[in-house]
Design a protein around this ligand. Structure first.
Ligand code: UDP
Length: 419
């Protein structure tokens, strides 16, 4: 098996002081806590620098934490399709899918984790805190050298409350070696593990100053979507997501087709980006394309050039944003759209339920029929759109912006180090 060494991710520097106007209290707290943590060496490791929510967050979180005075770096696992086939299976099994890993798949997983551990052990000086994101690299904890970081944290972004039992039994001995655990929500932890005194809960957040989230003029956003064939005079429903069965792209198309019977001018955009660690994307692309079958009014837009600006434009220009997931750890796409004041109709699951209070700052639905009814209702009631839009923006501002995560991390580091 081939291993090309860890890849260090480069990023643009950022200043947390940019947030002073937007959230002065949180910035003040960051300044105060960060004083005691100057120079703290922290390393993040995850599976991919592009595609998916984890990469999206780290791209802003790491430079902002560096700006508070920490010495922070971000590494990703070198892509290896054999390994990522296995880890995608692990990801699905950890979220409860039936099945089990074959012996050969376990071997691949362990062998690659050994390589990663060895590469991490070669970092000099060793980080004081190492944060491992998600199950892909979780087993490496057992193979770190003796001179290992003072604290190794598992940051789990998925729902592990009811994993496949065989998968859980396999991974548990590795998980038990971590010093601390961060989950998105208490309800995403398994009832037996980890113990509450080793667990923290941080929701993901967005960066309102990134190219993806900087507020864009609606007219300009609409103009931008024209490049992709959208008719800006007609209503547009968009889902921005990886092509993944949990995101239910076929259900989105069903909902659109039902709503179109009432609103014949309706258009649908499926904006998708493939993550380098997601081999399923290709298979689903073909399935979705065939399901659309060339139907006019549906736009399947994959790996768009200038991705961040394109996502921003679609989230700003669309009449409605759908996120019809049937499982969702958090759903950054929901946060991003709500920040822009979009009316979001989301699946009534996980992190979407956490973000959307039905009828107050968006809507949650349980089926394509419900989604279609809500699309029709929203499009026929402009005054509802306005109210929901304001509430959506406010709720993100109060809870889900980058400084909220920075302060959570700093406080955790302080507690762990007893400073
Ligand atoms: N995303 C993107 N381009 C796309 C599709 C998705 O940049 O074409 C981004 C999206 O804006 C969000 C992230 O990928 O920031 C997806 O995160 P989310 O938490 O919604 O889902 P995940 O992919 O992590 O399951």
């Amino acid at each position: 098996m081939n291993f090309q060494g860890l890849q260090k991710v480069d990023y643009q520097p950022k200043s947390f002081l940019e947030y002073t106007k937007l959230m002065p209290e949180v910035v003040k707290e960051i300044q105060s806590v960060a004083k005691d943590l100057k120079g703290l060496r922290v390393v993040h490791l995850n599976a991919t620098a592009v595609g998916g929510g984890v990469a999206e967050i780290l791209r802003s979180e790491v430079p902002l934490q560096t700006d508070t005075g920490l010495d922070e770096s971000w590494y990703v696992i070198p892509p290896n399709m054999e390994f990522f086939e296995v880890t995608k299976k692990i990801h699905n099994l950890m979220q409860g899918k039936p099945g089990r890993l074959k012996t050969q798949e376990k071997k691949i997983y362990i062998q690659y984790n050994k390589f990663i551990a060895q590469a991490l052990s070669e970092l000099q000086p060793q980080p004081q805190i190492l944060i491992i994101h998600d199950p892909q690299p979780a087993a490496l904890i057992s193979f770190l050298s003796e001179e290992r970081p003072d604290f190794v944290i598992w940051r789990c972004h998925i729902d592990t409350s009811s994993p496949n039992p065989a998968m859980w039994q396999f991974l548990l001995p590795y998980l038990k070696c971590f010093d601390h655990f961060i989950f998105t929500l208490p309800e995403y932890t398994h009832k037996d593990f980890p113990p509450p005194n080793q667990s923290s809960f941080f929701t993901p957040v967005i960066d309102p100053f990134s190219a993806k989230n900087i507020l864009m003029d609606k007219g300009q956003a609409k103009e931008y979507t024209k490049k992709f064939g959208i008719d800006i005079v007609k209503p547009l429903v968009t889902q921005v997501s990886r092509l993944d069965p949990w995101k239910d792209p076929l259900g989105v198309i069903d909902a659109y087709r039902l709503a179109k019977k009432e609103i014949p001018t309706l258009q649908l955009a499926l904006v998708a980006q493939s993550a380098t660690d997601d081999p399923e994307g290709e298979v689903l692309y073909t399935k979705v394309r065939d399901y659309i079958g060339g139907e006019k009014g549906i736009f399947l837009l994959v790996n768009l050039r200038n991705n961040d600006k394109a996502v921003n434009a679609f989230q700003t220009a669309s009449s409605i944003i759908l996120q019809k997931s049937i499982r969702e750890g958090f759903g950054l796409t929901v946060t991003e759209a709500m920040w822009k004041g979009a009316v979001v109709i989301g699946g009534n699951v996980g992190g979407i339920k956490l973000q959307i209070k039905d009828g107050v700052n968006g809507f949650v639905v349980n089926s394509p029929i419900e989604a279609a009814r809500k699309i029709i209702y929203v499009l026929n009631n402009p005054q509802v759109q306005e109210k929901i839009s304001q509430n959506a923006h406010e709720s993100v501002k109060n809870k889900f912006l980058m400084p909220h995560a920075i302060i959570n991390y700093l406080n955790l580091f302080k507690t762990l180090l007893n400073r």
